[in-house]
Design a binder for this molecule. Structure first.
Ligand SMILES: Nc1ncnc2c1ncn2[C@@H]1O[C@H](COP(=O)(O)OP(=O)(O)O)[C@@H](O)[C@H]1O
Ligand SMILES: [Mg+2]
Length: 232
């Protein structure tokens, strides 16, 4: 479904991603792991904009999407839940969800029903101003808003960052459920343990390069992953 083919990416002339290849097959959950500053967010921004690879190619269902911007990839079937949530604080929960459906309003009520089934806490707060939600609820809303465009591929950037442990579990359970219901998922995470719990496969990014890849089981047992990320 998604293929990154030896991409190089930078900010201006400063290159931060080297030769990264990665693929995600339809139906999978794939984790892109790595420490702070490794280049994970940069890779996601190359898939869905605003960044364009300096070299290499990004393909979605076989078509090159390397130069497309966020508003152009949403109709293709890609939703991006950015780091830091970026919901509309002055709008209600329901208004935020409606805004997520801007590119695809058919079946909006049905999709809102699905979002509320996955995140019952949001349904209890439909009219509440989003800025007054807790951090965990805001993250649920950001994911729910992404789902409102009915994506085939959902990109999640650090969905669990800064959440209380009980909410981290809820968010990862929701990711599993979203994948079970047919959406392909690429998650960017520093929480390696939980990411590998829900993922089929993973890639480890170190200083802008893929240093390891494999099944979730292989990565969870890998000494280098344990030493550097799991505190083993
Ligand atoms: N807007 C930017 N301008 C210049 N450099 C950036 C910008 N955003 C990120 N970087 C640099 O790119 C590298 C990778 O950052 P990032 O992709 O955000 O990493 P991660 O998401 O893994 O924490 C870092 O060295 C960071 O300082
Ligand atoms: Mg990041």
């Amino acid at each position: 479904m998604l293929e990154l083919d030896e991409i190089d990416v930078g900010y201006g002339a400063v290159q931060v991603i080297w030769d990264v290849s990665l693929d995600v097959a339809e139906g999978e959950t794939v984790a892109l792991l790595g420490a702070n500053g490794a280049g994970k967010t940069t890779v996601l921004k190359t898939i869905c904009g605003p960044l364009t690879p300096m070299d290499g190619d990004v393909r979605f269902r076989g078509e090159s999407i390397g130069g497309l911007q966020q508003d152009e990839v949403v109709p293709e079937g890609i939703a991006h839940v950015p780091e830091g949530r970026e919901i509309f604080h002055d709008s209600s929960v329901e208004e935020n969800l409606t805004l997520g459906a801007y590119a695809n309003r058919d079946g909006m009520a049905e999709r809102r029903r699905e979002v509320y089934d996955i995140f019952p806490r949001l349904e209890e707060r439909t009219g509440q101003r989003a800025g007054t939600l807790s951090g965990g609820e805001q993250q649920m809303l950001a994911i729910g808003r992404g789902l409102m465009s009915d994506p085939d591929l959902l990109l999640l950037d650090e969905a669990s960052l800064g959440l209380a442990p009980v909410l981290v579990d809820d968010v990862f359970d929701a990711i599993e459920r979203i994948n079970d219901e047919g959406t392909t998922v690429l998650i960017v995470e520093q929480d390696v343990h939980n990411a590998l719990r829900v993922a089929d496969r993973g890639y480890v990014l170190e200083s802008g390069r893929v240093s390891l890849s494999g099944s979730a089981e292989e990565l969870a047992e890998d000494e280098r992953v344990a030493a550097s990320y799991l505190g083993g």
